[in-house]
Write a protein that binds this ligand. Structure first.
Ligand code: ADP
Length: 485
């Protein structure tokens, strides 16, 4: 089976967030399982190191809206990834935007890239059984297969799979952009890519892909409801038979406390001493009072965005601190959240630490040194932070939604089972009660250590999920075949 794996970002080449972690790791795992998979990325010339890739000498042109884009194909030395070089669109400082916001021509950038991936697979002679697309940036591909490449024998047997990593980001553009993306006005209707008077890239993927997946079973259910569907729940309900949830994994080579090069001391489920040392070292290095080693350390790592429930932490910070805890926040995002958090740090310097960088090193040390990880997300398609936390014996205190609901087992105080603490409603009292519940158990060391050990021994490696994707590819091929006959 040949799979063309198309994404706007993937580790180790370029990353703005969890999407890159997931695509990079999943691609590797699928390849490991023996599938012939070719990844396609834009060549972000300022972000991808030139020494890692070479010019294949292959090129073609795309004409769109009276412009001509010359596309040069680069490859890595393993020859499993193609980078499409279109300098006028991708030779910039950012992936989607810069300090002034999103690039204004993202409609052109990602529609041309999507068309170019199809041309690239032809130019490379890689005839795909499956095209696997990720999020809105690549979601126009199945529409181009049905229009520009309709009569193209090369793609006659190609089935499409779209993975939605976050329904909150849909690629919305004004109707005037239709000409920019090379799509006929006949598709601009509610059955096509129109969404309340605007163009919606993700909707094109949902309507025209053979199979749609998202990153947890719970989120697959949630997005068919008006509460979580961001206006696309109706169309997702229509496609319910083709919608699957597959949970993300984490890369154990990168995330393992028994060999993590960034952390102060190594440890494992059967030897938690190193974790206590990591905690002390973290408190000391962040200039938080290191002598109160029995004080629970609560952390938050993630984008400072409303989705992550950062307001519920901010609005209740005094109440949380009054529970006798230390709070460590590592996050990048909305400037006004950053300012408010900075103010709290100034007010409570011994109890609050904030950092607004994207700092991988500090993230590892927090995962190892904290006791609990706060994740009061409004919605969470999968979430990697709780998976890493579980692996590092940092107990998630999280809202019961999406992937958090699927991967954290709520603590049962009677049976003494569970790997974290969950609350249902997004409100202050439910959140504070949940933190209190965790602190109560934290004070009873053998119960607490059991939670840690149970969480640490859960399997969140990629292998199982990658196998599930392969089954889904097979299903997509089968459906395509049945449809043709
Ligand atoms: P998202 O919705 O942002 O994709 P995830 O939980 O799926 O959230 O993934 C977030 C990933 O980014 C995790 O690997 C987390 O450790 C990392 N991360 C988030 N913010 C930071 C930061 N400021 N510094 C370092 N790593 C971060």
């Amino acid at each position: 089976m040949r799979v063309l794996f198309v994404t706007s970002e993937a580790v180790p080449y370029c990353k703005t967030g969890g999407l890159a972690d997931v695509t990079g790791a999943l691609f590797k795992e699928i390849k490991k399982l023996g599938i012939n998979v070719l990844m396609v990325l834009p060549y972000y010339k300022r972000l991808i190191r030139e020494k890692d890739i070479y010019n294949t000498g292959k090129r073609f042109e795309i004409r769109q809206n009276s412009s001509t884009y010359t596309c040069n194909l680069y490859s890595n030395y393993e020859k499993d990834t193609i980078f499409i070089n279109i300098p006028s669109l991708f030779e910039r400082d950012g992936i989607y935007g810069d300090s002034r916001g999103d690039y204004k021509d993202n409609d052109i950038r990602f529609s041309v890239f999507s068309r170019a991936t199809l041309m690239a697979s032809k130019t490379m002679g890689f005839q795909p059984d499956i095209i696997h697309m990720h999020d809105w940036h690549t979601a126009l591909i199945p529409l181009y297969l049905k229009t520009i490449h309709r009569e193209d024998a090369f793609f006659r047997n190609t089935a499409t799979v779209l993975t939605i990593h976050n329904l909150g980001y849909q690629g919305l553009f004004p109707p005037e952009a239709l000409k920019n993306i090379g799509v006929s006005p006949s598709f601009f209707n509610p059955e096509g890519i129109e969404f309340y008077g605007r163009i919606n890239f993700l909707k094109a993927g949902i309507v025209f892909s053979d199979i749609i997946t998202t990153v947890s079973n719970r989120y697959a259910e949630e997005i068919t409801t008006s509460e979580y569907g961001f206006g696309l729940d109706g169309i997702l309900r229509k496609r319910r038979d083709s919608l699957y949830g597959v949970i993300n994994g984490i890369e154990y080579e990168r995330w393992s406390p028994d060999r993590d090069p960034y952390i102060y001391a190594h440890y494992g489920a059967n030897n938690l001493r190193g974790k206590a040392l990591c905690k002390l070292n973290l408190l000391r290095s962040l200039k938080l009072n290191p002598y109160r080693k029995n004080t629970p350390v609560l952390a938050f790592i993630g984008r400072l965005a409303s989705q992550k429930g950062i307001e519920i932490i901010l609005n209740n910070i005094e109440k949380i601190l009054n529970l006798g805890i230390i709070l460590i926040i590592l996050g990048k995002g909305d400037k006004h959240f950053e300012q408010m958090l900075k103010d709290k740090e100034t007010m409570y310097p011994e109890k609050v630490f904030v950092n607004f960088d994207f700092n991988e090193f500090l993230a590892h040390r927090i995962y190892a040194g904290a006791d609990m990880m706060l994740m009061p997300s409004r919605y969470e398609p999968c979430g990697l932070v709780q998976l890493i936390s579980l692996r590092y014996g940092t107990v998630p205190v999280a809202r019961c939604t999406g992937g958090l609901a699927d991967t954290i087992e709520d603590y049962d105080a009677i049976k003494k089972t569970g790997t974290g603490f969950l609350f249902d409603d997004y409100n202050e009292s439910a959140f504070i009660e949940c933190i209190k519940r965790s602190i109560t158990v934290f004070t009873i060391k053998n119960y607490w250590h059991k939670i840690l050990r149970d969480g640490m021994s859960r399997d969140f490696s990629w292998t199982k999920s990658a196998r599930r994707y392969i089954q889904i590819y097979q299903e997509a091929v089968k459906r395509k075949h049945e449809y043709k006959n």
